[in-house]
Design a protein around this ligand. Sequence first.
Ligand code: 8Y7
Length: 282
Amino acid sequence: MKLMPLPQRHLKCGRFELDLSVPHIMGILNVTPDSFSDGGHHHQVNDAVKKALEMMQQGATIIDIGGESTRPGAAEVSLEEELCRVIPVVKALSQYEVILSIDTSQPEVIQQAVLNGAHIWNDVRGLTRQGALSMAAGLDIPVIIMHMRGEPTTMNHLDQYENVTHDVMNEIEQRVQDALIAGVKVDNIIIDPGFGFAKNAEQNFELLNEFWQLNKLGYPILSALSRKRFIGAATAQSDPQARAVGSVAGHLLSIQQGACMVRVHDVREMADAIAVWKMMQM
Ligand code: 8Y7
């Protein structure tokens, strides 16, 4: 396996500068109604803020706020509903020293989120929704361009690849080119191979094994495999919560190959692994 140095550069995120020469933890904050207590909207916002503060204390430098479930087969969420879930949490967290990323594909959601203090657009659909490219260019914020095929509802049938790593890289490059042509700045682009999206377990592991190849595209790379099904398949853990150790292992292997960001549920565990990894870099 190749050991890749991380990019020697900074990512501008509003008033923050993220040093990409060290790995960063993005903590996952789901703000779907099933994620928190059903004690009413106010309590849900409070719970979300509490969870985010806990992840920051454990070592997350970025919080990824998501109001739409992208699980295979999940129902679509209306714009109003997504705004209603995400914006109050963004407002509350914008008071803290933390970078806020928004997991959404809707241009109107990221626009409102940025107006309320968000910094990064995490789009699992790679800026393919109507108006997404021009919104990304206009907002001038970092965007995570993830590889997927189809929609979360249809993607499981779209896993025919000639060579998964090459095909994923080519398709990411096309999305990136579209973004650049639309006026997204080269320094605002982060790429992500999209583990689990239109890929079967074997393909996900092939992609993890060849993760270093993504460096050839020349953009900072996010790795996101936290608690995913292929990690469960390898570890024989059907309960997602029991996949923390397997996820840490996968993320660390991608950091070793050049990922400068990992999107995780289990922040403390990941932070410990990175602390050990950092001691090997001296
Ligand atoms: C990813 C993601 C999800 C991913 C990026 C899950 C929102 C499914 N997966 N964003 N989001 N990359 N950038 O299991 O792989 O967390 S949702």
